[in-house]
Design a protein around this ligand. Structure first.
Ligand SMILES: [Zn+2]
Length: 298
């Protein structure tokens, strides 16, 4: 908008082209009934030159979009999931909507429709962990199950998960015998503690997901009598954020010639939108696994 050359350029990519491409990859009707996906702000006729992708539409992400001059922000998590009656700047949500509209940034959300797409959020996670012979974890194509090239110990596998995912303040948490052997792996990006029946039915040796709460986890571990499936909580942001690069590549490929003709740019946000900042006392009850006092986690 602040670049007058854009206004007069022929064959501009329009928001309607970008939305059509996104919704061909992640159809809105594949989203869960409770979900709120698709276009949140923007004018379908507005030109698009820059597309920013992020897991969450936080105020910091919106600032990044404005500063970079993004025309479209694509996020995995919805900004508005519950009813709102005000978008005034007196609330964070209202400030977000106001900032997006003022800056002319269109927001498009791909949430549960991105989870069940192929490749979706969990497929990208499974690929990052090197899983082969992948199959759906559940009937609606949410989650993946696959095999490691060779059996490894749970401790080795946990280290491999940590190496494959972007670093986070919280690190990853593991439940199970570090010396236990794992080969078949179930994964579910984001919140996955409602899938333990599917995980048991899949025959997985270990389940990698996030947001694991005390009671569901303890009950699942009791059902397993301390054995398999072991559990790994690798963090919501870390397990889902890898999807953004997949979405970026597929979007540019779908826009194809149109994107090349208009030199559209797309990049993944540098913001880590996981809410945790730091941990203390990790492994204090197990000194042999404790984080060294210096260096530590980033
Ligand atoms: Zn999520």
């Amino acid at each position: 908008m602040d670049d007058p050359a854009r206004e007069h350029e022929h064959h501009d990519l329009r928001l309607r082209d970008v939305v059509a491409a996104l919704e061909s990859l992640y159809p809105l009707d594949s989203a869960a009934d409770w979900d709120r996906v698709g276009l949140v702000t923007g004018d379908l006729d507005q030109p698009v030159r820059r597309i920013l992708l992020a897991l969450d539409p936080t105020l910091a992400v919106i600032d990044e979009a404005r500063e970079w001059g993004a025309d479209v922000l694509v996020t995995h998590h919805p900004l508005l999931l519950r009813g709102v009656h005000s978008v005034a700047t007196t609330s964070a949500k209202g400030s977000s909507v106001t900032a997006l509209v003022r800056a002319g940034v269109a927001l498009w959300v791909g949430h549960t429709n991105a989870d069940v797409a192929e490749p979706g959020v969990s497929t990208v996670l499974a690929n990052a962990l090197g899983l082969t012979d992948q199959r759906p974890l559940s009937g609606e194509n949410a989650g993946r199950v696959g095999d490691l090239a060779a059996p490894v110990s749970l401790a080795e596998f946990a280290d491999a998960v940590a190496a494959a995912l972007p670093a986070t303040a919280g690190g990853i948490r593991v439940s199970g015998d570090p010396e236990g052997t794992v080969r078949t792996v179930a994964v579910m990006g984001g919140t996955g503690d409602d899938r333990f029946d599917d995980v048991r039915a899949s025959g997985a040796d270990v389940y990698v997901t996030a947001d694991l709460r005390h009671h569901p986890v303890l009950e699942a571990r009791e059902e397993a009598r301390g054995g398999r499936p072991y559990l790994i909580d690798a963090g919501h942001w870390a397990t889902e954020s890898l999807w953004l690069e997949s979405c970026r590549e597929r979007l540019l490929a779908t826009l194809g010639e149109l994107a090349a003709a208009t030199r559209v740019e797309a990049r993944v946000s540098t913001q880590r939108t996981e809410p945790w900042t730091f941990v203390v006392g990790a492994n204090a009850a197990q000194p042999d696994r404790a984080v060294p006092p210096t260096g530590g986690v980033s």
